[in-house]
Design a protein around this ligand. Structure first.
Ligand SMILES: NC(=O)c1ccc[n+]([C@@H]2O[C@H](COP(=O)([O-])OP(=O)(O)OC[C@H]3O[C@@H](n4cnc5c(N)ncnc54)[C@H](OP(=O)(O)O)[C@@H]3O)[C@@H](O)[C@H]2O)c1
Length: 363
């Protein structure tokens, strides 16, 4: 790759179109696998596709793993990154550092051979896929052969020694959720978590329980109270109640409130992976309370106009995937809660790899 543009700490030198964009806003990136002076080049082992994005791709591919593989390959080939144009979201990767550019050699904190997880979105990460080896349709994990580039300002974490890599990947993908819950929830408060039995939802419930304490109340919402995750949340007291309902069905959510939430929530955390749940989140929350929209399916207009339409004076927070120390907080949440740790290992650990059938590489 002959580079004529000046190297930029934000990665704008990798933008192919449109001119003037930064990588996240770009339509297309140059994913040539070299490490420029201010870049880190990695051999990628697995992608953790953002849940909202993976769900959309699976639906568009009719649930067929080979069609999902073809879809992902075509998307990455077209854009030079995994940036789903429908959901606008990406995911993150784990891999091994192949080369560190000379400007970063002293300060990167990693060297060739180290295994890392990216903590910036795939929507801004130059990515090349040579082959897709396996897809776990249940978790959105895709094992590939390929390369990715991290910029000077990109965030990454070396993988912890005490957790399987695949588990760390699942946790780090949603690290912003438990970290923000830790900031937002206080002792004695009432907390509602939508999508409570997903990855971010479970970590959010555990953090909310810790912060709200025994005097507080944590209530989870999800479409199926019989899932292993929902049962674990109830059994181990991470939630005081798990309400079975479709969060898109506002009237159903409201109808359940008298039995589970004697008073509306001080803080509501939205961790669902489908659109159309803004109003339920808003209506679950008391005036002057906080709604934290971690979900990538959130619509700004639906939230803003929805709150106005029902006369709710709530503070709504966009779910920034980054919070200082979020990776450490998320991993520690798992370490501090053995039942959660066991569940994540069973669901996202090596067993998942063993059961994910190989897909026909379509490269
Ligand atoms: N802000 C950020 O930086 C960031 C980073 C990563 C992910 N995210 C987003 O955060 C959200 C959660 O991610 P995740 O990885 O935790 O996803 P996940 O593990 O797939 O969990 C999603 C949860 O939502 C539940 N759900 C689906 N439809 C629902 C409905 N109609 N009503 C109530 N609950 C419903 C799912 O239940 P079932 O499994 O029973 O369907 C599941 O428990 C996604 O939107 C993802 O894109 C945001």
């Amino acid at each position: 790759m002959s580079l004529t543009r000046k190297l930029c700490s934000l990665g704008s030198h990798r933008v192919l179109e449109p001119a003037g964009a930064l990588p996240q806003g770009a339509r297309k990136l140059d994913a040539t696998p070299v490490a420029h002076a201010n870049e880190i080049l990695c051999d990628v082992e697995a992608l953790n596709i953002d849940s909202a994005s993976f769900r959309q791709i699976v639906e568009a591919s009719g649930g067929d793993p080979s069609a999902v593989a073809a879809h992902v390959l075509a998307l990455v080939e077209d854009r030079g990154k995994h940036h789903n144009p429908v959901t606008g979201s990406g995911g993150m990767f784990i891999g091994r550092v192949r080369a560190v550019g000379e400007q970063l050699a002293e300060r990167a904190g990693v060297k060739a051979g180290d295994r890392i997880a990216s903590l910036v979105s795939l929507t801004l990460t130059p990515l090349r896929i040579d082959a897709i080896e396996r897809i776990d349709m249940a978790t959105g994990r895709i094992w590939i052969r390929g390369t990715a580039v991290l910029f000077e300002t990109g965030l990454y974490a070396t993988l912890p020694d005490d957790l399987p890599d695949d588990v760390a990947l699942a946790v780090l993908d949603v690290a912003g959720a438990p970290a923000q819950v830790k900031r937002l929830v206080h002792a004695g408060q009432t907390v509602a978590v939508l999508g409570a039995d997903g990855k971010s939802g479970m970590l959010a419930c555990a953090q909310a329980r810790e912060r709200a304490g025994a005097a507080g109340r944590v209530v989870g919402f999800g479409p199926d109270r019989s899932t292993a995750a929902a049962q674990l949340l109830v059994e181990h007291g991470y939630v005081d109640a798990f309400v079975e309902c479709d969060a898109r069905d506002v009237l159903c959510v409201l109808g359940k409130l008298p039995e589970v939430l004697p008073e509306l929530a001080d803080v509501t955390i939205n961790c669902v992976n489908v659109p159309g749940t803004e109003l339920a989140s808003i209506l679950l929350t008391k005036d002057h309370g906080i709604v934290y929209f971690f979900s990538m399916s959130t619509s700004f207009t639906a939230a803003a106009l929805g709150a106005e339409g029902v006369g709710k004076d709530v503070t709504m927070i966009v779910g920034n995937g980054y919070a200082k120390g979020h990776a450490a907080t998320a991993l520690q949440t798992l370490r501090d809660h053995p039942p959660l740790r066991r569940y994540f290992i069973e669901r996202f650990g090596a067993a998942a790899i063993a059961t994910a059938p190989p897909v026909v590489p379509v490269s």
